[in-house]
Design a binder for this molecule. Structure first.
Ligand SMILES: NC(=O)c1ccc[n+]([C@@H]2O[C@H](COP(=O)([O-])OP(=O)(O)OC[C@H]3O[C@@H](n4cnc5c(N)ncnc54)[C@H](O)[C@@H]3O)[C@@H](O)[C@H]2O)c1
Length: 397
């Protein structure tokens, strides 16, 4: 690849890189998606999105035809664009601490390909201090490259809408870097919010921890209501009705996925493991599948039953199973129940999924673990546990 580009996205064939690259390209910028994943690269160049993000297929075709987007596994591509945007994954490790070396390793890998005059935009959700570390890495190599941190805040499943709507946080140490990053993101959205890099790193972690804590609050209230034989959703509906101060009270349900949990843990690690609300939220959210099964055991002899788990992705209308609590539920049930059958209309590549008709025909009990809309109209003859109240009439646990 030696075509000059406006933007190269490092980690460009992942869940964030693909929609971001498509959005830039659809606004007329010339974009290269650089990724280590050869299979995902081939898919993009073949016109197939490697991620299940809605509304990407048509845009992908359009920008490929226009020659505005290309994917590659060649790191030399990093030299070819003025803007280098980094969106690699930033997981936590087995100790629930951020893998601080993930970004460092990626930047070290591409450092030899950076050229003077570029701007390096970190867009991954990073542990506070990583932007400063990247600034030092670049400086040590003596390359005149601006560095900015501009966190991605879209919700998976809504990227192609939110990329154009959400205000963009821009943070950088120099005015030149601020101006350049602002100009880049103004291709997508008008509203820009300026912070210092350390503030922006915390802003992104606060965003996700806040959401995770809200879900945990809802789940705890659900358990309290349920333990007293009361219906959380009836109570919640009454609370939020024409009452703005509680209008954001979420419904109950499995709160997981690749971001909320790990970013709450990143924040805890940053504060020397001192984040009681965040840590309590992990116990509540991650404990919900255990609670559900424990409650069901009080009513049913699960060891005699086939249990159908409906929905395996971490959120509704998504194919993304990363950190999905449906799999935790499945593991618990496999220990307790006679047999477990699982279905998901979106998930591919899981050999243990069963056709919906077979799950419905063979199960003595169904649990809607992911509220895909397709499950809303099911009327089987067996009890249906519906934690998120998708059907408005589920069996409580
Ligand atoms: N998924 C979301 O909804 C979401 C939302 C906001 C922010 N984020 C943040 O965005 C970042 C990316 O998340 P994601 O869900 O897109 O992850 P992902 O795993 O789907 O994508 C990351 C991509 O980076 C590639 N990659 C990894 N190391 C690389 C390297 N050294 N060089 C080139 N490519 C490399 C991988 O092959 C993969 O395709 C994370 O920091 C995440 O926290 C994610």
């Amino acid at each position: 690849m030696d075509t000059p580009r406006d933007v190269v996205i490092v980690g460009g064939c992942g869940h964030i890189g693909v929609p971001l690259g498509l959005a830039f390209a659809d606004r007329g910028l010339s974009v290269e998606l650089y990724d280590l994943n050869d299979e995902a690269v081939a898919k993009v160049n073949g016109g197939e999105s490697p991620v299940g993000e809605p509304e990407t297929a048509g845009v992908l075709r359009r920008v490929l035809d226009a020659g505005l987007l290309h994917a590659t596994a060649d790191p030399n591509s990093v030299s070819q664009a003025e803007h280098v945007v980094v969106v690699i994954g930033t997981p936590v490790d087995e100790h629930l601490n951020p893998d601080l070396n993930a970004v460092k390793a990626a930047i070290t890998d591409i450092a030899g390909h950076l050229v003077a005059g570029q701007i390096l935009v970190l867009r991954s959700t990073v542990y506070p201090g990583v932007t400063a570390m990247v600034e030092r890495l670049v400086e040590q190599r003596g390359i005149d490259v601006d560095v900015a941190f501009c966190p991605e805040r879209i919700a998976e499943g809504n990227a192609m809408v939110e990329l154009y709507q959400l205000p963009q946080i821009v943070a950088a140490r120099s005015q030149r870097a601020v101006d350049r990053a602002t100009k880049l993101f103004r291709n997508l959205t008008h509203e820009v919010v300026f912070l210092e890099p350390e503030e922006a790193e915390l802003a992104k972690l606060f965003t996700n921890a806040w959401r995770y804590i809200k879900f945990a609050t809802a789940n705890q209230l659900y358990m309290i209501a349920n333990d007293f034989g009361l219906d959380y959703d009836r109570i919640r509906s009454a609370v939020v009705q024409n009452y703005p101060r509680a209008s954001d009270m979420p419904g109950a349900g499995f709160a997981a996925g690749p971001c909320l949990f790990k970013d709450t843990m990143q924040l805890a690690a940053f504060n020397n493991n001192n984040f009681h609300l965040g840590q309590a939220s992990v116990m509540i959210n991650e404990g919900l599948p255990l609670y559900v099964v424990a409650r069901l055991e009080q009513r049913f002899d699960l060891s005699m039953m086939t249990v159908g788990v409906l929905g395996m992705s971490f959120k509704a209308e998504s194919d993304d199973t990363r950190s999905s609590l449906s799999y935790k539920l499945k593991r618990i049930l496999k220990f307790k129940a006679r047999h477990v059958l699982c279905h998901d209309p979106y998930v591919t590549g899981d050999p243990e999924l069963t056709a919906l008709d077979d799950v419905l025909a063979e199960s003595n009990l169904l649990i809607i673990s992911t509220p895909h809309s397709t499950y809303a109209d099911l009327h089987p003859d067996v009890p249906v546990v519906d934690i998120s109240n998708l059907r408005g009439a589920g069996v409580r646990v």
